[in-house]
Design a binder for this molecule. Structure first.
Ligand code: TXA
Ligand code: MG
Length: 311
């Protein structure tokens, strides 16, 4: 695919990780595997590097980025950690949980990272390759999902290249992402109240969450997102002739989220199935119903947005 950059594919071995970290240190852009989805990484402390993320993704500048850290000490230098925040980090890090916390004045982050919000979104990923990159890069790393803004998130290096080949310096190929859905995002408010801004692979204790956030607080949570570029019909029991059917459980399809109705498997396969539907010659996609419990809540959140037309 023609583009401004010759995108290198790096193997996720010692040499590839070292090369990815070197590109990042110099202010470059590398797509990296995490346990959730591939992230488009750049130094979070460098204005020019962060600007390149927005440019490569075509991401609106009002949509802030998640900053990835390798240690809790590094996280504490970027945000104010209340006792509640400390407890959440202790329980869920490393792992698919992003905490939105008050940003420290002296955090030293590029202003664009948090799009002028007084808060910062932090996550410590649980993926050996990403953790190696973070340690060697030696700086906090901003990383949104490695796809063009509004499109399906990537769970393989091939998905990344389908969207960003020629727009980034490299992709570090760590195989398929385990969880397959973006991290749960939780805001820790000053009074210790928790607000779930995006459902994801892990659930926060419901007794602490306020019922409804209202408004668009995680600005990426727009009604239309994860869009395969063709109409998506939900809760299908069978396919029309012009539809690519994504099955679940007893409903077999052109591909299936999980033939035996396993929600964890369905989460890990969701974006791969949407990518397959997007590539299909059929002009429409239909998706079987997915039970609305456990990680099914996060799956249905993504499906609803994938099915919402962008205008
Ligand atoms: O699993 C993940 O979280 C992946 C991997 C790569 O770590 N990253 C990811 O990033 O999903 P992205 O940019 O696709 O989604 C980040 C979301 C957006 O909805 C954004 O609006 C929200 O986080 N966000 C970032 N900073 C925020 C803040 N300070 N307050 C509220 N929401 C914030
Ligand atoms: Mg995204």
């Amino acid at each position: 695919m023609g583009g401004k950059y010759a995108t290198e594919t790096l193997q996720a071995d010692e040499g590839g990780i070292a090369r990815a970290a070197a590109i990042l240190r110099e202010g470059g852009l590398v797509a990296v595997p995490t346990e959730t989805v591939y992230g488009l990484a750049a130094r979070a402390d460098c204005d020019a590097a962060v600007a390149r993320i927005y440019e490569a993704k075509g991401r609106p500048s009002f949509n802030p980025l998640i900053v990835h850290v390798s240690t809790i000490e590094q996280a504490r230098r970027l945000a104010h950690f209340s006792a509640v925040a400390e407890a959440l980090a202790e329980e869920h890090w490393p792992g698919p949980m992003t905490l939105v916390l008050p940003r420290r004045e002296d955090a030293g982050l590029a202003a664009a990272v948090s799009a002028r919000l007084p808060t910062i979104a932090l996550r410590m990923p649980d993926h050996p390759v990403m953790r190696g990159v973070l340690q060697q890069a030696g700086a906090p790393i901003a990383a949104p999902s490695a796809n063009r803004s509004g499109f399906i998130s990537p769970t393989s290096a091939a998905h990344v290249l389908a969207s960003l080949d020629g727009r980034i310096d490299a992709v570090l190929d760590g195989g398929e992402c385990r969880a397959g859905l973006e991290s749960t995002i939780v805001a820790v408010r000053e009074d210790g109240v928790l607000e779930e801004l995006r459902p994801g692979p892990v659930k926060v204790a419901p007794r602490d969450s306020s019922a409804d956030g209202g408004g668009i607080e995680a600005p990426g949570q727009l009604a239309s997102h994860y869009a395969p570029g063709k109409p998506v019909r939900l809760e299908a029991v069978d396919a029309q002739p012009d539809e690519f059917l994504i099955g679940f459980g007893a409903i077999a399809g052109d591909c299936t989220l999980s033939a035996n109705g396993d929600l964890i498997e369905a989460a890990s396969r969701l974006y791969a199935c949407l990518h397959e539907g997007a590539r299909s010659y059929k002009p429409r996609i239909a998706v079987a119903a997915v039970p609305h419990d456990g990680v099914g809540i996060a799956i249905n959140d993504r499906l609803r947005r994938a099915a919402t037309p962008s205008d």
